[in-house]
Write a protein of this length. Structure first.
Length: 138
């Protein structure tokens, strides 16, 4: 699946596909409040595609729908944590998952899909406090 991941602009192409799918659902009579967009982190994408999509989450949010980020234990996290030839096992990627999930939540993601809920919840709560402190300092 990842070998076929070829994009000229992954953010523009994924955003266009999500917009088209959202519009098709709306035309079919689905209530807008029932639609959550998922950019498919880890599916049909190279590691760099996933990082760019996460970094440009605001472009996906601009579609006006809640966005789900499912980065838990994905291979692109293993690639980022690689040490020489050693790639951490999926379960050993939970701290990285918590970091990505907290950053995604702070950037406006509606929800995150994770395996290790307690650690991710802690990370998201810490990020929320960080963001709240920034708002109160203004």
């Amino acid at each position: 699946m990842q070998r076929r991941a070829v994009y000229s602009d992954v953010v523009a192409e994924v955003t266009a596909e999500l917009r088209d799918r959202r519009d098709a659902l709306l035309e079919a009579g689905i209530d807008r409040r029932e639609i959550v967009l998922d950019p498919g982190i880890g599916f049909g994408k190279q590691p760099e595609h996933n990082w760019v999509l996460l970094n440009r989450l605001s472009r996906l949010l601009a579609l006006g729908q809640p966005v789900l980020i499912g980065a838990s234990r994905k291979a692109f996290l293993g690639a980022a944590l690689r040490s020489g030839d050693a790639v951490p096992s999926p379960a050993a990627r939970d701290a990285a998952t918590a970091a990505v999930s907290a950053l995604a939540a702070a950037a406006g993601a509606y929800c995150v899909r994770v395996h290790d809920v307690p650690a991710t919840l802690d990370a998201v709560q810490v990020a929320a406090e960080w963001m709240a402190a920034d708002q109160s300092a203004r």
